[in-house]
Design a protein around this ligand. Structure first.
Ligand code: RI2
Length: 312
């Protein structure tokens, strides 16, 4: 797909979900690399740099996007000709997509071990990593029941209940504000993540932090399913994850909003759940306590404190 089309689809959420947007960005860079017609390596790098910026600017919160773009762009490292750069970038894009798909499968296998036969699981939003755990547990023959939230304002819960329904999993569909009412019926909360910071805080769909509080109070464990490329290296530098605030039209008819001059409509798409409310993060490399986030950033994303010191 053309780069600008992909960027627009990510921005409008036609392509959504942190893993999916990362893979779409990798594919778009590969496609763009095949279309840049030049023999000038510097020009090629500049064009690809612009393409990378366009993609990264589409949605600010899911760190899977810049992590994927960085990985793919590093495929050009050391290239001295356009052909080498294009081939390197293409290989990197292909291996990112493959590794990402494999990571989701592996997370499913590991996450399913935390779901017991007879468990009632609550999930929020539509996370392929979280669903991979639930679906794998179901495939293993465990009798499970799911509570799935609606997920205002974009209703990603509808995608989740379709998947669960098609898999034949008994599912309860509830509005977001009903979580507290049902949390005592729930054995485990499983969500995805758009970003995990160096201190183990999890940035995920708006509403996750409230669910985490309810789960904590009810002594219900919260497991986060997140590929290693959801961990945010630059939080080592103290950079904060930008919380995307989307168009108010997703929440309220703009005409109604305009008729209420004293009302400001807010539409943050994500919130932050502190590490103390997260019991475990299931990555494709294994399940870790959130406090080990730095190890993932260092060992699997290749950023460590020394690298950052060099940058100063
Ligand atoms: P996977 C989604 O964001 C949700 O917040 C979901 O929990 C997260 O990405 C991770 O999804 P959005 O694109 O990568 O719906 O696990 O705003 O699919």
């Amino acid at each position: 797909m053309l780069l600008n089309q992909t960027a627009e689809k990510i921005r409008s959420m036609e392509i959504r979900g942190a893993g999916r947007i990362a893979r779409a960005a990798a594919e778009a860079l590969k496609d763009r690399a095949g279309r840049v017609e030049t023999d000038d390596i510097d020009l090629f790098r500049r064009e690809m740099g612009r393409a990378a910026e366009t993609l990264v600017s589409t949605r600010p919160t899911a760190v899977s996007l810049p992590n994927a773009v960085r990985f793919v762009m590093r495929g050009m490292d050391g290239a001295t000709t356009v052909r080498e750069a294009r081939d390197g970038l293409t290989d990197a894009a292909d291996s990112f997509v493959l590794a990402s798909e494999h990571a989701v499968e592996r997370i499913g296998e590991i996450g399913a071990r935390h779901i017991a036969d007879g468990d009632v699981v609550l999930t929020h939003c539509n996370s392929e990593a979280a669903l991979a755990c639930i679906l794998a547990a179901h495939r293993e023959g465990k009798e499970i029941e799911v509570f799935a939230t609606e997920v205002r304002p974009r209703n990603q819960g509808l995608l989740t209940i379709r998947t669960l329904n098609d898999a034949g999993i008994k599912t309860n569909f509830i509005v977001d504000s009903a979580v507290r009412s049902f949390i005592n019926d729930v054995d485990l909360v499983v969500t995805g993540a758009d970003a995990v910071t160096v201190n183990g805080a999890v940035v995920n769909k708006i509403g996750t932090a409230q669910i985490a509080l309810a789960a904590h109070e009810a002594r219900t464990n919260l497991v986060v399913a997140a590929e290693t490329y959801k961990f945010a290296p630059r939080t080592i530098l103290g950079e904060r994850i930008a919380i995307e605030e989307r168009d108010i039209a997703e929440v309220l008819d703009p005409a109604v909003a305009a008729s209420l001059p004293n009302v400001r409509v807010r539409n943050p798409a994500f919130d932050v759940t502190p590490a103390k409310y997260v019991d475990l993060i299931v990555t494709e490399m294994g399940a870790i306590p959130p406090q080990m986030a730095y190890c993932i950033i260092r060992d699997y994303l290749g950023w460590d404190l020394t690298e950052f010191q060099k940058a100063f």
